[in-house]
Design a protein around this ligand. Sequence first.
Ligand code: C2E
Ligand code: MG
Ligand code: MG
Length: 738
Amino acid sequence: MMLRQLTAKSYLLALSLFGLLLFALFGFNLLLRGDAVEEIILQEKQQAAKAELRRAVTTVIDDAQQILEELAQWDEIHQQLGDPTHYVYWREMRLHKSQQFPAYLRGMELYSRERKALVELPYQSFPATLPGRRLTLTSREGREYLVAYGPIPDRNGGTDVSGYLGIQIDFAQAIRQLNRFVEIDPKSLDLGFVRDGPVDVGSLVSNIDYALVEEPTASRLGSILVSSLRDFFLLFATMLVVFYFTVSLLFVRPLAQLERYIDRLRHGGREGPVLSVKSLPAVAELVTVRDSLEEYQRELDMARTRLDKQNIELWDLAHEDSLTGVKNRLAFDEDWKELIALARDKRIDISLMLLDCDFFKAINDTYGHEVGDRVIQSIAESLQEVLREGEQLYRLGGDEFTTVLINAGRDEAHQVALRCVESVQHHAFKQLGIKETIKLSVGLAHANGIDIANLSELPRQADVAMYHAKSSTRDKIVHYVPNLEQDAAALVSNRIVGAVLHALESGEGIEMHYQPLVDTNGQRPEYYEALVRINEPGGLIRPVDIFPIIARRRLDVELDKAVLRAVEKDLQSGLFPQGAGVSVNISGALLALNDFCEFFGGLSKYLDRHPIIIEITETSFISHLQHASDCLRKMRQNGFLVALDDFGSGYSSIRYLANMPVDIVKFDISMVHDLNKDQRTRIIVEHAANMITTAGYKLVAEGIENAEILQRAQALGPSHLQGYLFGHPKPLRMFADA
Ligand code: C2E
Ligand code: MG
Ligand code: MG
């Protein structure tokens, strides 16, 4: 079960509320206990009061008894008993005026031996005859009196009594005077209920009303408790508030601050409010976290800067043409798409200019790859010199360049094109050892403010214009007009371009034709060279038309892949001559790939039945010498053979050959046909052939068209011969027909 996550603030709040709740429970419990304690104290006090009252009552009774006994011993009493003549006077004088008796003694009566009062007075408070009970209570004039009787012993000895004595004691006064009360408030004693009758301590005590002495501690216990609780609550609440704000200030807020800070870091430090962790409180742990975070952010910033730099470098690398330093095809495609999006709804004139060097392949072949590269670089420099600021030059591949002219109509664009052509024409190519004049063909296409919607059509239109410029010797700058599309040549061109592109996209129409290579003796086909054709309704498209399109669009790898698939399919069909080898032409672009070897996985399955030869041209080999050598070495280890194609058409440097993992060298047609030239050339070719065969390479002579060339070629000591004399390239189905 997932615990719901709460914020630190919520936890803090919950903790504080929990503290308050605990306090409330504790306070309530304390109040209950306080009440119980108060009750117990009250009960104990009442018991103590009862005992105190009992003692007080007993004291009064005992005191009455003692007075009786003392009076019984008094001489004057005995005298009165003997001669009661002045009894009334005596009693008045002695009892009330002498003050020798306690104030609470309020009355006294003497009785004769016969239990009769000495003097019978109608207002007398004592009965005329001594009553049977020795103690009675009586109420008179709103006061309660204890009446006690006792015998007066005879002084002559014996058991006789000389009379009896009765005394009246003011009970309330006596009880207060004789006792010191602790528990009972003496003023509150109330005996108003007393009736005449017998006296016993128990009933007397239970009938006396009284109030307890006010006990300050006990009675105020509750309020003390409540006020203590209130004070404690205030203290506790204050502490809670202080605790809440301290924790909030020291931890919760900084945590939230750190959280926002980290969140911002997570979003690359570029989004969200700019926060400063500098304002965090000085808590050691937080300061450590802050320092670590700042350190981390510094490292992150540095890493990000490095990455940004690398990204820019990588982007530049990906969008830059490594040979010339101008932007490449990828950059053009992206910029063009962006321009189409931007220019929509805007009434501006845009011209697209395609520039292509005439006869560049011939220059490359004649002067070699290195010179070819420098020619391309020089063309790029010359063009950049005349292009204005903001007119970006792109190299689309090979010798083809392009630029987009914004706010340039037909005339302005023509002027720019003219400047480009002249700039290249006047460049000092002679310094590179080139004798011929290097010329450009330019194709221009325009979109003005009105037909801006046709912007995406511009590259194709510029292509058509370029085609015309190429095929014309006079008009080297051609502007696209719809009429050009009517032109048969242009139509063919467009048809071929469309067919080639469609074949590569869909894989349809690619057809391999196979040309035999025969051994010199038996003239038996030992293997066949696979040569690509594209089959379309208008006829077969041959390499001479296919490769310029492929090169312009840099589709070499795509074509190689399609060819390898087609050859594999043909081997799989079972129509291929049993045991015969097959040689496949591979472009330099594929050879440059890191995973070159992996493209041959499909073919390697047939190695046990058919020798497979990989044909690489000298130029593509030398362009990636180290990588090519590694790859081809590996391929040879896997059982493939490697042939160096078109030897003699490019560098023709035997120096390189020694380092190349090659089994077969194929002499280019031009080289073979050179045998028909002057003797000197023939001797050079023958010596080259001799060196190659002596070094252990197999030699193939291409372009054997007739018996004469055959005869001369045989003098080279080749292992195989190839040419129309032995067979034209033909599709696989024709092997089945044969
Ligand atoms: P290559 O590899 O040197 O192929 C030999 C070319 O010479 C073929 O032209 C062939 O038809 C032609 N040929 C054969 N015998 C004679 C002859 O007696 N006289 C003359 N004048 N020509 C002869 P093709 O098929 O037009 O191919 C031209 C070039 O295109 C090839 O030269 C090769 O470099 C390239 N190519 C052809 N097919 C492929 C392919 O499948 N992949 C790649 N990457 N390149 C290919
Ligand atoms: Mg070949
Ligand atoms: Mg060749």
